[in-house]
Ligand binder design. Structure first.
Ligand code: IPE
Ligand code: IPE
Ligand code: MG
Ligand code: MG
Ligand code: MG
Length: 293
């Protein structure tokens, strides 16, 4: 299967499961489920859950055993976008091709839907009948760390602290690795844990994720100034409006793309040290640095 068909098949598979995980209910707080479905379903690229599934599969294990965890990671990612768009953060009115959650459901629902998706994600992992107790403990610990203060939340805090300030490339790299790279790494490592990868193998996956996670945010910085709203599903130049330092403000578009490409090339060297068939992961890495949205 070529990589584009692979993406389509897996994204549909993930979409179906997400849909089933959050049904609407005839209860007084059904608006929470409506809001969660509004943000979660449709239009996301599903990169993180696809990385989880592709990693598990590269170790010869079936994709079904990674599906619930993959969806949990997509929920955490979606929660991060909902909060990231709030007026007190990046104040973005559009996301995934439609008004941001807070524009449709209000700030209160945006905060609480984010909280719900985050907590529900851990419930999903903890209750997954396909995983052993050891898998669950490892996954919960990994995801909590990398979505939290050893990763995404730390990055988001550094990101808002840096607004309106001049920061250098090393400081920006650190913010990017934390705010975006960490959850991408968590998604890859989760796939490895589910597939019973060895400590050495997890280290290789970690090195791979470290490079493509940063590359992903570099391209996100580029897309913020290049992709038309109709394609991107977000307004152009959110970073400039928020006075963020980005790879584009520090290096310009061409050099930013070159940096992402160099990270991509290096990420392949880490994959090459694994004995498994990593061809899908290689294709995914290529796609994510060459994406236009
Ligand atoms: C956007 O992520 C925010 C970042 C952390 C870079 P994506 O570009 O993966 O967004 P979706 O999930 O496809 O909407
Ligand atoms: C988002 O970074 C990182 C998150 C953890 C959500 P950005 O703020 O650059 O993401 P976009 O551009 O709004 O999608
Ligand atoms: Mg942001
Ligand atoms: Mg943002
Ligand atoms: Mg951005």
């Amino acid at each position: 299967m070529d990589i584009n068909s692979y993406l389509k098949v897996k994204a549909d598979y993930i979409e179906q499961k997400l849909n089933a995980l959050i049904p609407e209910k005839n209860i007084p707080f059904n608006s929470l489920y409506q809001a969660a479905r509004y943000s979660l379903l449709g239009n996301g690229k599903r990169l993180r859950p696809i990385l989880t599934i592709a990693t598990t599969e590269s170790f010869g294990k079936p994709c079904e055993i990674a599906l619930a965890t993959a969806c949990a990671l997509e929920m955490i990612h979606t929660y991060s976008l909902i909060h990231d768009d709030l007026p007190c953060m990046d104040n973005d009115d559009f996301r995934r091709g439609k008004p941001s959650l807070h524009k449709t459901f209000g700030d209160g629902h945006a905060v609480l839907t984010g909280d719900y998706l985050l907590t529900y994600a851990f419930e999903i992992v903890a209750c997954d009948m396909q995983l052993t107790a050891n898998h669950k403990v490892s996954l919960v610990s990994l995801i909590a760390k990398l979505a939290g203060c050893q990763g995404m939340i730390a990055g988001q805090v550094m990101d808002i602290q840096a607004e309106g300030k001049e920061i250098d490339l090393d400081a920006l790299k650190e913010i990017h690795r934390y705010k975006t790279g960490a959850l991408i790494n968590a998604s890859i490592l989760a796939g490895g844990i589910i597939a019973d990868a060895s400590v050495d193998e997890l280290q290789r996956l970690n090195d791979f994720g470290h490079d493509i996670g940063l590359a992903y945010q570099i391209i996100d910085d580029v897309i913020d100034v290049t992709a038309p709203e109709s394609k991107h599903g977000k307004k152009l130049a959110s970073d400039a409006i928020n006075q963020k330092t980005t790879y584009v403000t520090l290096l310009g578009i061409d050099e930013a793309r070159k940096s992402a490409n160099a990270l991509y090339e290096r990420s392949l060297c880490h994959l090459a040290k694994l004995d498994q068939d990593t061809s899908t992961l290689k294709d995914l890495a290529k796609l994510l640095v060459h994406r236009e949205i």
